[in-house]
Design a protein around this ligand. Sequence first.
Ligand code: SAH
Ligand code: SF4
Length: 347
Amino acid sequence: MKKLIDKLEKEQRLSREEFALLLDGLNADTSAYLFERAQAVRNNVYGHQVFMRGLIEFSSFCKNDCYYCGLRLSNRQAERYRLRQDQILSCCAKGYDLGFRTFVLQGGEDPYYSDDKIIDLIGAIKKNHPDCAVTLSIGEMSRQSYQAFYDAGADRYLLRHETINQDHYQKLHPADLTIQNRRRCLQDLKAIGYQVGCGLMVGSPFQTRDNLIDDLLFLKEFDPEMVGIGPFIPHHATPFANEPAGSLVQTLILLAIIRLMLPSVLLPATTALGTIDPTGREKGILAGANVVMPNLSPTDVRSKYLLYDNKICTGDEAAECRVCLEKRIETTGCHLVVDRGDYKKLK
Ligand code: SAH
Ligand code: SF4
């Protein structure tokens, strides 16, 4: 097992068969070694720095119906809200004072936010905070829209591929959402020049070990700047309400494998990981992650942006989250830094 881990570190890839051996064969001992190597590789590229991204969940309206997500259109119980531009700008101002240098604008696919509104918003954030990066996470759009947002100043885009296997994709999404269009979006984003993040939920319903291997091979081929990966967590008002959540250990193992495969990748220890385990995010950092994404949304809307059940930190002020995370990250031997945290290509 250690030989395979060393090979992955050295060659930054494994064959399908080798990934299968690795995923099936890891035990407590060898996983500890995998995490140790992942940390060493991360430290070699980024040192002990952990970057923070201020997440602003600006709309809980969504026109899509992804079966796993609490914001899906068919969930009539979901409370919907939209933040106005002035509210979003005040989240950014507060975040800036707390040391955030990246703002992530995330929302459901909400047609109310026309291209012009998004372009205006990006321009206003960039004008107030020219030293900050803006990341968008607003779903599938046309190439023209992606280009217009980029021209307005957006730096990065997060769009998880969710699963690269077509049959599996169709078990997670209604027929109007396809892996072909997801791939088209990701390719457009990359061609335009964004730092692009794809990713997946670990333990999503119907996911097999072979699906995960396909996802790893896809990540290697696509070579994204960021990978968003966290456990699937059921939401009570979705078709997957009774499905089990993804496992902590499997998520940590995948984080570490991705770090070894893509040494420079920006890899968040996600809120979902902190939701299934009280110290999940710290464990994620110890498995090679180097990004955290605390919430900057106003407290009165936090509990309305529920992709899954039991989401953490829905009652905390941004400043409280900042202090809490700082303490948590320090326990891992890493440090939160005031920095845009751009992708750094290893020489
Ligand atoms: N609408 C945008 C952004 C919001 S959803 C989009 O879909 O890209 C952001 C991510 O949350 C999704 O990519 C999905 O991987 C994750 N997510 C949704 N429901 C989830 C659940 N039940 N458990 C864990 N993650 C979930
Ligand atoms: Fe909408 Fe994104 Fe949820 Fe799908 S995952 S229903 S696109 S918010």
